[in-house]
Design a protein around this ligand. Structure first.
Ligand code: JFZ
Length: 422
């Protein structure tokens, strides 16, 4: 008797607690060191491209090292590309010979990584590209209907394999559901038979979260390379590269790597919108992750070890910051003011309708003085002039109830200090 599918609120609970995941883009394309779209961008014929598999041995592949990198970053889940648009599977498939198990490497990297990730305490997500550039029917479905049909059959068969052969999978991360001609009108969910596909995914993995890239909305929105909150109650996750947005796979010369402060600010901003941040690494052809990526992740993990209570399980807050500090996150009656730009020895937050009991700087544990004035002005003072942490600081403010914003029926009253506690 198949397990019943738990309600959305139950399925998404761990995801809201997690807030931070590590994305991994790895495949034959890493050999070119020019990103994951190289086959199409450079119009490399399929037969020529397929020959790469003969030298894709990935001698230094170490699944536990990848998992340890994610865990050290403070990530709580990980998503790996099981097969990208190039069609090469990092897993053993009965419906394709173009796999890492059947070519030079002779390894099922997906299986090794899923096991290692679980051992490291991480939830496991599988990225799967529905499109496969090797099929003419993807580019010209009318002209090559048999190829188009075979492509869809491959997708259904391989998703079934991924949902059956690798234990408990927590996220089905589809990609490549769009039409080759970027024809928005094309009902690609019909082309992929997405309802049938996702019904089977949920039958095989009843607790799973499915993203919105098979042509149907399903469970999760996936803004790419920017942080944009979905409406309250809808799960969402920003995915982002550390380097330029032009590539997710390994790019040897990738000069514009985001700084740790920038990466932390994206994570905090996502958490403030009750969303997640899925940060990408693109391993090198030998299977190692470059130090520019591992070092940034390690620094994020160090920050999270002191400030994670403001991020993991975060809720939205209506409180404004009223200054250039940064966004609030919240947990019940506790607000976390995430400070991107340290204001000096005092911080003033306007329109706080709820009584504040205590304010503490998470980096140092220092308790600050607080006073609440007209118009709900909350003044936190006695703080150090210089930022306690060089990147992002968090001031934890405990309120006597859920922190609310003071209404301003007459928006001019603050001019004469007439506004008061509501
Ligand atoms: C897709 C992939 O093409 C890319 O290689 C990477 O895997 C990323 C996470 O997902 O990127 C997209 C997806 C959608 C659009 C553009 C790039 N789009 O709709 O314009």
């Amino acid at each position: 008797m198949p397990e019943t599918i738990p309600p959305y609120e139950q399925r998404i609970k761990w995801f809201h607690e997690a807030r931070f995941g590590m994305f991994i883009h790895f495949g034959l394309y890493s050999l070119f060191e020019r990103g994951e779209w190289v086959m199409l961008n450079e119009r490399i014929p399929a037969r020529e491209y397929a020959r790469l598999a003969r030298r894709f041995r990935v001698k230094k592949f170490d699944a536990s090292a990848w998992a340890a990198t994610a865990a050290a970053a403070g990530a709580k889940y990980t998503v790996i590309t099981t097969r990208h648009h190039e069609g090469f599977c990092l897993f053993d498939s009965k419906v394709s010979d173009f796999t890492s198990a059947k070519t030079a490497a002779k390894r099922d990297f997906v299986g090794e990584y899923a096991d290692a990730a679980r051992k490291a305490g991480l939830k496991v997500g599988f990225y799967y590209s529905l499109l496969d550039w090797r099929f003419p029917g993807y580019f010209e479905p009318q002209k090559y209907p048999d190829s188009a049909r075979a492509l869809v059959e491959q997708a259904h068969a391989q998703v079934r394999e991924l949902m059956t052969n690798y234990g408990k999978i927590d996220i089905m991360w589809y990609d490549g559901g769009w039409s080759a001609k970027w024809d928005e009108a094309a009902r690609m969910s019909d082309f992929w038979r997405a309802k049938e596909l996702n019904d089977e995914v949920r039958h095989l993995q009843p607790h799973i979260l499915v993203n919105n890239r098979s042509g149907l909305g399903e469970d999760l929105d996936t803004p790419e390379q920017h942080v944009k909150a979905s409406e309250p109650g809808r799960g969402w996750e920003t995915c982002m590269t550390m380097g330029d947005s032009c590539g997710w796979g390994y790019i040897r010369n990738n000069p514009n790597m985001k700084t740790v402060p920038q990466l932390l600010q994206h994570l905090v901003t996502a958490a403030a919108g009750e969303g997640n941040f899925l940060l990408n690494v693109g391993p090198k052809p030998d299977g190692t992750i470059r130090k520019e990526e591992t070092s940034r992740l390690a620094e994020m993990g160090k920050w999270l070890s002191k400030h994670g209570e403001a991020i993991y399980g975060s809720q939205r807050s209506s409180l404004s910051t009223g200054m250039i500090a940064g966004p609030w996150t919240r947990k019940g009656n506790v607000g976390y003011l995430n400070v991107f730009r340290w204001p000096g020895d005092e911080a003033v937050i306007p329109l706080v309708a709820t009584k504040a009991m205590r304010a503490t700087i998470l980096e140092t544990g220092q308790e600050c003085r607080i006073r609440q004035e007209h118009n709900g002005r909350l003044v936190i003072s006695g703080m150090p002039k210089r930022p306690p942490h060089p990147y992002v600081n968090v001031i934890k403010v405990e309120f006597e109830g859920e922190p609310r914003t003071l209404e301003e029926p007459d928006a001019s009253k603050w001019l004469t200090r007439q506004g008061g506690q509501s």
